[in-house]
Design a protein around this ligand. Structure first.
Ligand code: PAN
Ligand code: ZN
Length: 194
């Protein structure tokens, strides 16, 4: 069937995509991801805050189509660790993604199944190119500002959250003396030890 061109509007001032309803992710969906489990339990007990909203312009999951959308990740911390997205590999591992930061200050944490890792700063105007095979998680390192970014990826890529849910990313982003620092995740095991 012939697909027709269309447009949509990112409303940056309101941090939304006009006419779309966001998916809302709360702290409880990151169970087991934050290192400080007592701080996690305490925050959950206080009402399971919203960590981020995702406006998705989903397309049919066939090769050639592109899905895109907008994510708004709120500021906050669980213990020393900044609010972050769940993070995932693409189910079709050999697919990449482009992120374009529109607002705020963040870090993109990335890793391959073999354990290579990279961290990229996200500030307005910065594009992060996530190559095929790299899992990705966004972290908001600001005290009081939303991290807002647009993304585009092949619509057939799908999402694989399982590997990250099991042991998290190799690196964590924490506040040290008021500034973000990259530290090792003690729960992470190299592929040969899993
Ligand atoms: C993004 C992410 C979005 C939310 O659209 O899905 O920022 O992150 P999680 O999916 O990890 O909760 C993307 O990378 N799509 O492939
Ligand atoms: Zn992705």
């Amino acid at each position: 069937m012939l697909q027709l061109p269309f447009t949509f509007t990112l409303r940056q001032a309101d941090a939304c995509i006009e006419g779309y309803t966001p998916i809302v992710r709360r702290l409880s969906s990151l169970q087991g991801q934050f290192l400080d489990q007592a701080a996690f339990a305490a925050a959950l007990a206080q009402g399971d805050p919203v960590l981020y909203q995702v406006y998705a312009v989903d397309r049919p999951d066939v090769v050639g189509e592109l899905s895109s959308g907008l994510t708004i990740l709120h500021p906050g911390r669980v213990g020393d660790e900044y609010y972050m997205t769940k993070g995932h590999f693409h189910a079709v591992l050999e697919t990449g993604e482009v992120y374009y930061c529109l607002g705020g200050h963040g870090m993109m944490v990335m890793e391959t199944p073999e354990g290579d890792w990279r961290v990229a700063k996200m500030t307005p105007g910065v594009v992060v190119y996530v190559p095929p095979r790299w899992a990705h998680r966004s972290v908001n390192v600001s005290k009081d500002e939303d991290l807002v970014f647009f993304w585009v990826y092949p619509a057939h890529a799908g999402h694989n959250y399982g590997a990250i849910e099991r042991q998290g990313f190799r690196k964590l982003i924490v506040a040290r003396d008021g500034a973000p620092a990259v530290i090792d995740n003690p729960r992470w095991l190299p592929p040969e030890m899993r």
